[in-house]
Design a protein around this ligand. Structure first.
Ligand SMILES: C[S@@+](CC[C@H](N)C(=O)[O-])C[C@H]1O[C@@H](n2cnc3c(N)ncnc32)[C@H](O)[C@@H]1O
Length: 188
């Protein structure tokens, strides 16, 4: 669906995944449903994508839906700032996802976002909105142990112009990003 939207708008649609097998599966599925959006696939992490590309356009929305472990989400947020141009929006899937299964690690997309950009950052809740008794819930998790936090949100969207640089970026990196992105925004 995102591919179709990009195709209609004439925007490039990049798909990034560390697992080549999932990329191949996605290509097969898109072929089978007759998708014509022609995504640009990249096998690797977002950081590797940023290192490998000099984009001459700003990405409209970067949708992060990869490893939901707290530390990985924080790294993905940092990697957004490795892109040579600032995307307009960042969206995060599974914002209020949790798991009681230790094998899933520390699934906390929401905490990673708030620890990076601040507790009260402006964000738009998107996707399914959960009430006080979601399904699956903490009390009745899925067979694998995952569940939704009460009153949570499936996903969120953040306007990157509305938030500061993540708290865990070093000073030199912050200065370099500010100079780079200011120039690029001015000359776009
Ligand atoms: C929850 S699935 C989401 C897949 C896709 N967004 C979808 O809705 O079908 C997570 C995907 O992220 C990939 N992944 C995990 N860690 C990653 C990372 N550090 N960088 C890029 N992709 C990653 C996995 O291989 C897997 O395909």
């Amino acid at each position: 669906m995102l591919g179709h939207l990009c195709e209609q708008l004439g925007w490039p649609f990049h798909v990034i995944d560390i697992n080549q097998a999932y990329i191949d599966l996605t290509k097969t599925v898109l072929d089978r449903v007759g998708d014509r959006s022609a995504p640009i696939f990249f096998a690797g992490t977002l950081k590797e994508f940023a290192q490998a590309h000099r984009l001459d356009y700003r990405i409209n929305t970067i949708l992060i839906d990869a490893n939901h472990d707290y530390e990985f989400v924080r790294k993905d947020i940092q990697s957004i700032y490795s892109l040579n141009r600032r995307p307009h929006f960042a969206a995060f899937h599974d914002y209020s996802l949790r798991s009681s299964n230790p094998a899933h690690g520390n699934i906390r997309v929401d905490r990673a976002i708030h620890d990076s950009w601040g507790a009260r950052l402006p964000l738009e809740r998107i996707g399914i909105q959960f009430g006080p008794d979601p399904a699956p819930s903490r009390q009745r998790p899925s067979p694998s142990g995952s569940y939704w936090e009460a009153n949570g949100s499936e996903a969120v969207m953040i306007a990157l112009a509305d938030v500061g640089l993540p708290a865990d970026l070093g000073l030199l990196r912050r200065l370099r990003i500010m100079a780079n992105w200011r120039d690029k925004v001015a000359s776009r």
